[in-house]
Design a protein around this ligand. Sequence first.
Ligand code: DP6
Length: 362
Amino acid sequence: MGKEGNEWVVTRTGRAPSNIAVIKYWGKRDEKLILPINSSISVTLDPAHLSATTTVSASPAFESDRLWLNGKEVSMEGVRYKNCLREMRARATDMVDERTGVTIRKQDWANVHVHIASENNFPTAAGLASSAAGFACLVFTLAQLFGVKETYEGELSAIARLGSGSACRSLYGGFVKWNMGQDVDGKDSIATQLAEHTHWDDLVIIIAVVSSQQKETSSTAGMQESVRTSPLLHFRAQEVVPQRIKQMEEAVKTCDFEEFAKLTCADSNQFHATCLDTSPPIFYLNDTSRRLIGLVERWNRFAGKPQVAYTFDAGPNAVMFARDQEVAVLLLQRLLFQFPPLPDVELSSYVVGDQSVLKSAQ
Ligand code: DP6
């Protein structure tokens, strides 16, 4: 192992963005492999404000794998962490660390433990896809440390998927599709980039943080209940989403905001309808979320065509899309007027996330 004894530590740091689905993933056909019942499409968010940063260190002196999330140690017994680590270790290659001069052979990685520290720069588990950024970042940073190269395109996204379904989409910038795939082993259930962030740079994303509290029902538990009890969810996955995926791909390709907005709002509303259709019903939206929906609906009706879209994941926070800067400024003014005083709603505006966000530092 190059250097003598247990003295060495090798470290890598990476950053990965969060993403927001505009055609939602809700429901698994395989819980263990995290295979979805429908494909989904997302927009990668601005990593400067919405990302996870993870540092992974490896040393023969470490006695076990350990994990700290936002400064607090959490258990690594969870099967999702174990699955990601196992898959990444299995793909580790010989690695020479230039900074320390340490050489680690492929076969030695199996006996070297890792310490992982991850931080989000936004509220955790408040419906802003913190697990997506977290697992994408973990897999990306481990790939740097272990010297993992993809043997097929999307391989890393398939591993991130084992951590959290939506995480597979955070490995790409811009507009991203998660193909549900057909394989039983999940090899083809991967993310692919539909378009880079520069493809549609008029678009402005406005996030209204309505609450930074942890949600009551996690996405994982919520979608399990929906799969078990909601007839609407199965209708949605089979009859509605396949068509919407095609329409959304086309809207992104042609930068057709009206179509993008119609599909985005409709899909968010149908997702929340399936939550209500679940027994017992799940409520992710609150009164403030519903007021925001009302505001956007009235705005678009008044404008005569969609200028703004909204979408909500498993939480009350709104992600809004304005067709351009001009609309975004007017919208922000309106929001500030209608939702004073802060911190009732905390507003920020962003651009579509960049692909180069997957940064690593030695
Ligand atoms: C509403 O990816 O958090 O945000 O795969 O169980 O970890 P697990 O769930 P997760 O679910 C995300 C659900 C969603 C919609 C979406 O991001 O597509």
